[in-house]
Write a protein that binds this ligand. Structure first.
Ligand code: NAI
Ligand code: MG
Length: 350
């Protein structure tokens, strides 16, 4: 029997509602599948912790988290207690940066029974792999002069290392899926970094002869997301392009409450972190109606990442059987509670 040691950080707001729901689901899954057990250790880091201690997590917080197989995070942020930039940078971004979680992966898939804003979503099922450590979001640049002479410069940093890393990850992922990778480029407009991106995409693709590839300019690709999302399998994108595409992907799924994300450390030196896309949802906290699907789905991504793909598939099947029965929370047009949905997912696991 294998034991997976998971650091759970429910965080703020509905994080405290959806993390317990997902943990309950994982525990039920473990009983059914029988070959993996989970050992959850809870960390109370978040805005209330900040009020008591003056920091989002203790000085040795990262050292405490480092030895775990994965980090399972709810949401961070309670602007009534702590300004968002402090809570976000003191916990979430700190973990992503220090643990070299240089790749962000987000699936977009139309779940059975969930209404996509697309008239005909044709069962799309894709994954966006976003480079998450540099690119357009590198803080290199500056401003000079004032008034009408004022100038602002923002540099894009593309290293061979980080670019290759994101692309390899995308190709490896496609091998486990439908053997197709699309590169999001803009080499017709951005004439240094994007041709470099394209060259590396070509080079990396040589090592994957079984994978079909295609490059699309980001503007066209965004339009194709809405017109034929079912044609995509894995998409690899730079930090900015990936950021935009993934929000569109989440919107096409029907509610932010179902969208999951993974922050992946690929060198194995630190744990990866799994979280839903949504935040702490202060407007619905305590009402018992938070959609737990995003959190449960990110548990599936955690299982996949830790090599338990069979359990991951089992979990996603149970999620889809639940949505297809119409047992969904109000954000998806339903009348069910967090607990109803969680209980149904557990029932569907059996
Ligand atoms: P939000 O994602 O918390 O909420 C946006 C809207 O979606 C709200 O109407 C909310 O009720 C709804 N919603 C979100 N998750 C839901 C779920 N699981 N089920 C049903 N409805 C759901 O974004 P918002 O309001 O901009 O931010 C609130 C706080 O969360 C802020 O402090 C922000 O900084 C933080 N935040 C944290 C994130 C993280 O931890 N990764 C990501 C986004 C925001
Ligand atoms: Mg975003």
């Amino acid at each position: 029997m294998k034991t997976l040691r998971v650091a759970a950080i429910p965080g703020d707001g509905i994080g405290n509602e959806v993390v317990p729901a997902a943990v309950k689901t994982l525990e039920a899954l473990s009983k059914i599948s029988g070959d993996v057990t989970f050992e959850f250790t809870y960390f109370p880091y978040g805005c209330e912790y900040y009020l008591k201690h003056g920091e989002m997590m203790p000085k040795d917080g990262l050292a405490r988290l480092r030895g775990f197989d994965a980090i399972f995070l709810g949401a961070v942020g309670n602007a009534e207690l702590v300004p968002d930039h402090i809570s976000l940078w003191g916990l979430l971004i700190k973990i992503r940066r220090e643990f070299q979680q240089s790749i962000n992966v987000r699936p977009a898939k139309v779940l059975k029974g969930v209404r996509s804003p697309l008239a005909d979503p044709k069962g799309f099922d894709l994954m966006v792999v976003r480079e998450n450590s540099e690119g357009e979001y590198s803080s290199v640049g500056g401003r000079i002069y004032q008034g009408e002479d004022e100038i602002a410069v923002q540099n894009n940093i593309f290293s061979r290392k980080a670019t290759e890393r994101a692309m390899r990850f995308a190709f490896d992922l496609a091998l486990k899926r439908n053997n197709h990778v699309t590169s999001a480029t803009k080499s017709n407009g951005i004439v240094y970094t994007m041709p470099f991106w394209d060259e590396i995409f070509d080079e990396v693709s040589q090592g994957y002869p079984d994978i079909e590839t295609e490059s699309q300019h980001i503007d066209a690709l965004t339009a194709f997301f809405a017109t034929y999302p079912e044609k995509f399998d894995v998409i690899v994108a730079s930090n900015l392009f990936g950021d935009i595409l993934t929000d569109l992907g989440a919107a096409l799924m029907g509610s932010i409450g179902v969208a999951p994300a993974a922050n992946i450390n690929v060198n194995g030196n630190y744990p990866s972190m799994f979280e839903p896309v949504h935040g702490s949802a202060p407007d619905i906290v305590g009402k018992g109606i938070a959609n737990p699907m995003g959190q449960i789905w990110t548990a599936k991504m955690m299982l996949d990442h830790l090599g338990e793909e069979k359990m991951g598939r089992h979990l996603l099947d149970a999620i889809e059987r639940t949505t297809s029965k119409g047992i969904v929370t109000p954000d998806l047009g339903g009348t069910n509670t967090t607990e109803d949905v969680t209980e149904e997912v557990i029932k569907q696991l059996h």
